[in-house]
Ligand binder design. Structure first.
Ligand SMILES: Cc1cc2nc3c(=O)[nH]c(=O)nc-3n(C[C@H](O)[C@H](O)[C@H](O)COP(=O)(O)OP(=O)(O)OC[C@H]3O[C@@H](n4cnc5c(N)ncnc54)[C@H](O)[C@@H]3O)c2cc1C
Length: 452
């Protein structure tokens, strides 16, 4: 190294030490496996009325609801695109989408790009890449600011109210103030960090539905796959169970026993298909090690299945994996306690509420929580289900004011969650949460004003 570059390197490391604070220079305390992180001042930004945490289906809805009602709105998103499980998880199949609000807008934009296939206005297949650009267009047209690659990692209260959110990103740590925060992280990360009570599983037994790792594949001739494809040729869900049986047979003939007993295939247009063939059991949304191991195991299984099928003399011959998900799909995370808990009896009675934010019509789908049960009873449904209302109170955090939820982390029991978690409900409840938050702000009220 010459003298000039040495001087430059010295100046850079001195600058970095200042940037990272004492944590680089000095180890404050280490005992019993804990590290005491040194306190330090960080940037604070409170120019937004509403901060939406997570940009999945619920987060998109919430941000659009708030911004269109005149609120200065920000989305903080851990990934590099909007859409959550829709895009990062390559979901591709939407349930319960026949709603008012922004659902029809998304449908017409997908149609304008010819990116919607099969099904009808309620349930259909979409192209995940097209969904990414459509959501970015919608958000920027509404004047919502977005920060990608930014994880919500701490939340602080003043009295009963959530006051400050802390994020971590490539720019370091930042603090955000807002009048109302909406937790749309799917897993209820922000509510948990703010100290709100939540459940994982039934009565916190941590028994959860499996995760799934989706992959996009290309085949030589889609037509030859025929009945193996769910929603083939605008056929909606009719024939779905039969199609999964054919896929199971093909996998077994290729020497594979898949982790998911109902391997499902969707047609994304051309010779491109979405393979939902994998299940990962006992993975918890609050355990990064479990999520990492499941992701590695799942990707391996996806390639093993595709490689085995590719060698067969069948319509699968030469199938290739084109893309795997950026994030394994988590069906079940935290359910945060709200001012109201959506319950199984609501689903059996078809509950109606004056403060309804959406009507859920999709029944209960509880995927078996072990591979063994999955072999005999892959998905359990609720007999006697009736469409029911989700009230605004289920979207208001019971323990922390100025904090709301939308999407799969709202307040409900485990069975009810198996129904309302689907994306048509998530986006619609998000939209209502955003509009309700805007109303609270403009009337100088807080969500806890609804507490009885
Ligand atoms: C495998 C699988 C299959 C499914 N099948 C269907 C189906 O066929 N049809 C259907 O409609 N629904 C289906 N669902 C359900 C549906 O996908 C989810 O319940 C729905 O996506 C919930 O939306 P959400 O916005 O609450 O959460 P998510 O889609 O999970 O979005 C959460 C967003 O928050 C971000 N995030 C998370 N934590 C943080 C953090 N700490 N800081 C910042 N950002 C964060 C994530 O990156 C993500 O973008 C399925 C789910 C899975 C997993």
């Amino acid at each position: 190294m010459d003298r000039r570059s040495f001087l430059k390197a010295g100046a850079l490391s001195a600058g970095l030490a200042g940037f990272y604070g004492k944590s680089v220079a000095e180890d404050i305390s280490q005992s019993g496996g804990n590290f005491l992180e040194p306190a330090r001042p960080i940037d604070f930004n409170d120019k937004y009325d509403i901060v939406v945490c997570g940009g999945g289906p619920a987060g998109i809805g919430a941000a659009l609801g708030a911004a269109r009602a005149g609120m200065k709105t920000l989305i903080l998103e851990a990934g590099g695109c909007l859409g959550g499980t829709w895009t990062r998880g390559q979901l591709s199949w939407i349930f319960d989408f026949k709603k008012t609000g922004i659902c029809p807008e998304i449908i017409s934009r997908l149609d304008a790009r010819n990116a919607r296939h099969g099904g009808n206005d309620k349930d259909f297949v979409y192209e995940p890449e097209a969904m990414k650009i459509i959501l970015e267009d919608l958000i920027s047209e509404a004047g919502v600011d977005v920060r990608y690659f930014t994880t919500c990692c701490a939340a602080y209260k003043k009295g009963e109210k959530m006051k400050t959110l802390v994020t971590e990103s490539k720019s370091g740590r930042h603090a955000w103030g807002a009048k109302i925060f909406i937790d749309c992280t799917g897993d209820g990360d922000v509510c948990a960090r703010a100290g709100a009570e939540f459940e994982i599983g039934h009565n916190s037994d941590r028994i959860v539905q499996p995760c799934s790792f989706n992959a996009i594949v290309a085949v030589e001739d889609v037509e030859k796959l025929g009945g193996r494809i769910t929603a083939y040729k605008k056929d909606s869900l009719a024939g779905h169970v039969e199609s999964t049986k054919l896929n199971l047979q093909d996998l077994r003939a290729a020497g594979i026993e898949p982790s998911y007993n109902m391997p499902t295939l969707f047609h994304l247009g051309g010779n491109i298909l979405l393979m939902m063939f994998n299940h990962e059991y006992g993975v918890h949304c609050d355990n990064a090690e479990e999520i990492t191991r499941a992701t590695i195991r799942a990707r391996r299984e996806v390639f093993k299945m595709a490689d085995a099928l590719a060698k067969t003399n069948s319509p699968w011959r030469n199938v290739r994996v084109v893309a795997t998900s950026e994030h394994i799909g988590i069906r079940e995370g935290r359910r945060v306690k709200g001012l109201y808990e959506v319950s199984t009896s609501d689903l059996l009675s078809g509950a109606r509420h004056p403060d309804a934010v959406t009507r859920a019509t999709f029944g209960v789908d509880l995927h078996a929580h072990t591979e063994e049960i999955n072999r005999s009873e892959t998905i359990t449904h609720l007999e006697g289900f009736k469409p029911y209302d989700i009230p605004l109170r289920a979207l208001i955090c019971r323990d922390v004011d100025c904090l709301m939820m939308a999407g799969r982390c709202i307040s409900g029991d485990r069975i009810a969650h198996g129904s309302y978690r689907v994306t048509g409900n998530a986006v619609d409840m998000g939209y209502s949460a955003g509009r309700a938050a805007a109303k609270f702000v403009s009337e100088s009220k807080t969500p806890h004003s609804l507490k009885s």
